[in-house]
Design a protein around this ligand. Structure first.
Ligand SMILES: [Zn+2]
Length: 70
């Protein structure tokens, strides 16, 4: 089961959550404020790669699809 990293859009709290197949990020509740506005981040390896290689790992997105980014 994959472990995903989420960031709450309501309070900014970051946490990790196991996600089952078929579940969407919308079902993930922030343990800090209880809002269901968790946004799935790129997996931890991406953050590690970014910090370890001067951010050459460039992702043109924010880990979500269609999050109002125009
Ligand atoms: Zn929150």
């Amino acid at each position: 089961m994959p472990l995903y990293e989420y960031r709450c859009r309501a309070c900014g709290h970051r946490f990790e959550e196991l996600q089952r197949l078929g579940e969407s990020a919308e079902k993930v509740t922030c343990p800090e404020c209880g809002e269901r506005q968790a946004e799935r981040q790129l997996s931890t390896f991406a953050a590690a790669a970014a910090s370890g290689s001067l951010g050459s790992f460039s992702s043109g997105g924010r880990g979500g699809c269609g999050s109002g980014f125009t």
